[in-house]
Write a protein that binds this ligand. Structure first.
Ligand SMILES: *Cc1c(COP(=O)(O)O)cnc(C)c1O
Length: 346
């Protein structure tokens, strides 16, 4: 089916004239010897007395190089949570449109749907945690604007089959949002390269997990330049602050350290998986391509409480659909994992 951004975008967003900040109107603002008297800033230099670059050009330029994308195919936000919220607000008409999510999955999609007064049509994953394509198409109607695919999925840890993602990309005329928060822990390739091929594809990534920067809040949205330009119209002008841009830049340049940490986490994950096989109350270990593992135990509430009493906090997922008696364990440092293993074996 043919994707048409004009039928997807909300009418008020189509006609919107975005707020134009002082720094938008004068874009070359890092020209060193200019005198800036345009934004009512305090002129005394503290490193952060100036407004940040609204388009985060230096961060985007590294990302563009590393991922072989152009800067007009990306939008940065205050965590992926802001990026996801912008996507809702650009394309979904409150009290009219709906989206499809595939539980058990990341809870923010449903929360954002609620905040924006958008109906959330939940189509459960299969028992092996794959999208049920037939059921998804039955749930779609003329007002279905987006389908959220979290791959690798949180909390299950697996990624979705290429075949089902392609089917959705090709047969659904709305937007497919693939949340790749955990892609760096997976051997599967990112869907990033497919952006040129599929005009309805949006990919979100984050510096919060593999990149170790949850505290600075930086999320990334990759899509066609057309989609990005719609999102740019509605984003708050200075949504990514100066300190965040600086830290992101430093970290993104340190590819060696990032690679090393990801490798160590994966090594620790494989170690933990082996040990879990020997824990008597662990009934099932789900395959994982992320920095966590979902396990089924005899009594999730009891095991959760026992671990808390030993000073170890994990995530109890027992109330999630298809996740009865499951616990989600994040992979920590070697030392942290030792403590977890000792506690599990005790
Ligand atoms: C942790 C996580 C994120 C990260 O969100 P940020 O707002 O970028 O910190 C996004 N999606 C999923 C599925 C996650 O688990």
């Amino acid at each position: 089916m043919k994707f048409d951004i004009n039928t997807i975008t909300r009418d008020n967003v189509k006609v919107l004239k975005p707020y134009s900040s002082a720094r938008d109107e004068f874009e070359d603002f890092d020209t060193a010897d200019m005198v800036f008297l345009d934004a009512n800033e305090n002129p005394y230099n503290s490193g952060v007395n100036r407004y940040p670059d609204p388009q985060q050009a230096s961060v985007k330029s590294i990302l563009a190089k590393q991922h072989n994308r152009s800067q007009n195919q990306m939008l940065l936000g205050n965590g992926s949570d802001e990026v996801l919220d912008l996507i809702f607000r650009a394309f979904c008409e409150p009290k009219k449109d709906n989206v499809i999510t595939l539980p058990p999955t990341y809870g923010m999609y449903g929360v954002l749907a609620n905040i924006n007064a958008i109906e959330n049509r939940e189509v459960l994953l299969s028992t092996d945690f794959q999208p049920q394509i037939d059921k998804i198409f039955k749930a779609i109607d003329d007002n279905t604007k987006m389908i959220f695919l979290c791959s690798p999925n949180n909390p299950t840890g697996n990624s979705f089959s290429e075949e089902s993602v392609v089917t959705l990309l090709e047969k659904f005329k709305g937007l497919i949002v693939i949340d790749e928060a955990y892609i760096d822990f997976s051997e599967k390739e990112s869907w990033l390269k497919k952006i040129d091929q599929y005009p309805n594809l949006i990919i979100t990534q984050t510096l919060s997990k593999a990149y170790g920067l949850a505290g600075i809040r930086l999320g990334i949205c990759y899509a066609s330049a057309e989609i990005i330009s719609v999102l740019n119209k509605i984003k708050p002008p200075y949504n990514v602050n100066e300190l965040t841009q600086k830290r992101a830049l430093e970290r993104l340049n340190d590819t060696k350290a990032i690679k090393h940490e990801i490798e160590s986490i994966i090594e620790q994950r494989e170690k933990l998986l082996k040990v879990l096989l020997e824990v008597s109350f662990v009934k099932k270990i789900y395959p994982t391509e992320a920095n966590f593992v979902l396990i089924k135990v005899d009594d999730a509430n009891k095991r959760y409480d026992d671990l808390i009493a030993k000073g170890i906090v994990i995530r109890n997922r027992t109330t999630q659909p298809l996740c009865e008696n499951t616990l989600r364990l994040t992979i920590g440092t070697e030392e942290e994992n030792k403590k977890l293993i000792e506690a599990l074996k005790a």
